[in-house]
Design a protein around this ligand. Structure first.
Ligand SMILES: [Zn+2]
Ligand SMILES: [Zn+2]
Length: 421
């Protein structure tokens, strides 16, 4: 049995005590961050990162298990009866060629920590160390979950399928954070649907190839594709209620090899973002209807192929969990540094840890942009140009105060859920 939730004040007091150790860790954490940034690893290939995480967490006194969901790492600190708090950091990088010019830029050609997962790992290791050192002040279990392959939308599921909850216990709450392109030093959480569901589709339109001089003998898949792309863009504007929202992007359109050959097929790659199952179903149904309809109108002799190539469920933040967590975080950081960013169209598979065991999730954003640069860009109306966002080859979180803010938020959040002595 867990005791009643500690007040935000009590959690904040415990956090302030634990955070006294942060000053002594800062240089080491910054060095760790730069090292991880210089050595990014792609999804499910995070071997060096996993080894570094395992080594450090073991030194802090955690029971460490590697190879969970292929390359994932679980660090458990069982500290008497009480709630189990899952703290999650993803740790994969992206196939992006870094262009930041930083002296700790990626040393691996074509791979970059362009989403800031290196910052997530550094913050979680900092929080795990502080929580271990402060173990006299709390009861319960801390599970540090270092997740692979978030960028593929497969890592959380892989860890769950590998028996994460059966082997380590079902947590009482899932907590985690993502660094983003807004001022360092601030955090933001949105209750309810917070990160969009994402569906990726590949569509192959089948036509009939011919010599470019004799279109009458062809069924031209280039024209079919062009018409399909335009009509797909009517889904959001004409079929989704004004009070709802969705994104339909055709990110790739490929057909043909040469000016005087009509090819026999065209390929489209679509990405769809939605916040509710109802809208998601409507959009997916409309996509299929339009793709099949355009093929039929063009006189295609064969039905198009529509294949799902990836999906992330919507990430729903539990309102009670957000209120409890952010009340404590606001006490420590100052209420003016905690805001509600609203729902974002990015997607995250962390929600699977919540839906799998019906566990409340509180997943927040923390800023990584230089506040001075951000302020100037905001005033000039040039945020889109001057503040690189996640996945950009220029994405470069300011090491401090980003690191301190992330460690502070995570440590405080954990103590808002553990039993305090
Ligand atoms: Zn990403
Ligand atoms: Zn990410």
């Amino acid at each position: 049995m867990s005791r009643p939730a500690p007040s935000a004040q009590a959690s904040a007091d415990a956090a302030r005590t634990a955070l006294r150790g942060l000053g002594a860790l800062r240089d080491d954490l910054a060095a760790l961050y730069r090292d991880l940034h210089a050595h990014p690893e792609l999804s499910f290939a995070e071997h060096r990162t996993a080894a570094e995480v395992a080594r450090r967490a073991g030194e802090f006194g955690y029971e460490v298990t590697t190879g969970v969901g292929r390359t994932g790492v679980v660090a458990a600190l069982r500290n008497g009866p009480g709630p189990t708090v899952l703290l999650r950091a993803d740790f994969d990088a992206l196939p992006v060629t870094e262009r930041t010019g930083l002296d700790y830029a990626s040393t691996t050609e074509g791979v970059m920590h362009a989403c800031g997962h290196d910052m997530h790992v550094s913050c979680l290791l900092g929080a795990l160390k502080l929580l271990a050192d402060a173990r006299e002040t709390w009861h319960g279990t801390v599970l540090g979950v270092f997740q692979p392959a978030e960028e593929l939308g497969q890592g959380a599921q892989a860890m769950i399928d590998d028996g994460l909850y059966e082997r380590f216990g079902t947590p009482d709450v899932v907590l985690g954070q993502h660094v983003g392109p807004f001022p360092a030093g601030t955090v933001g959480a949105h209750a309810g649907p917070a990160f969009a569901a994402s569906d990726s589709l590949k569509v192959v339109l089948h036509g009939k190839g011919a010599h470019g001089s004799r279109p009458e003998t062809s069924v031209d898949p280039v024209v079919m594709a062009a018409s399909t792309v335009l009509r797909l863009q009517t889904i959001v504007s004409r079929e989704i209620p004004g009070g709802e929202t969705a994104v339909v992007t055709v990110g790739a359109l490929n057909a043909g090899t040469k000016d005087n050959i009509i090819p026999d097929e065209a390929e489209l790659k679509l990405n769809i973002r939605t916040y509710s199952e109802d809208v998601r179903t409507r959009v997916l149904t409309a996509v299929e209807r339009i793709v099949r309809g355009e093929a039929a109108v063009a006189g295609a002799g064969r039905e198009p192929d529509i294949t799902e190539t990836g999906s992330f469920p919507v990430l729903v933040n539990d309102a009670g969990a957000v209120a409890r967590t952010m009340a404590a975080v606001g006490e420590v950081l100052g209420a003016d540094r905690v805001m509600d960013p609203g729902p974002v169209t990015g997607s995250e598979d962390v929600g699977l840890f919540g839906t799998h065991g019906e566990v409340p999730v509180c997943y927040w954003l923390f800023g990584g942009a230089d506040p001075a640069v951000f302020g100037a860009a905001l005033a000039a109306g040039t945020l889109d140009r001057d503040i690189p966002s996640n996945h950009s080859p220029f994405f470069a979180p300011l090491v401090e105060p980003t690191l301190t803010t992330g460690v502070t938020a995570l440590t405080t959040a954990a103590l808002a859920w553990l039993d305090l002595r």
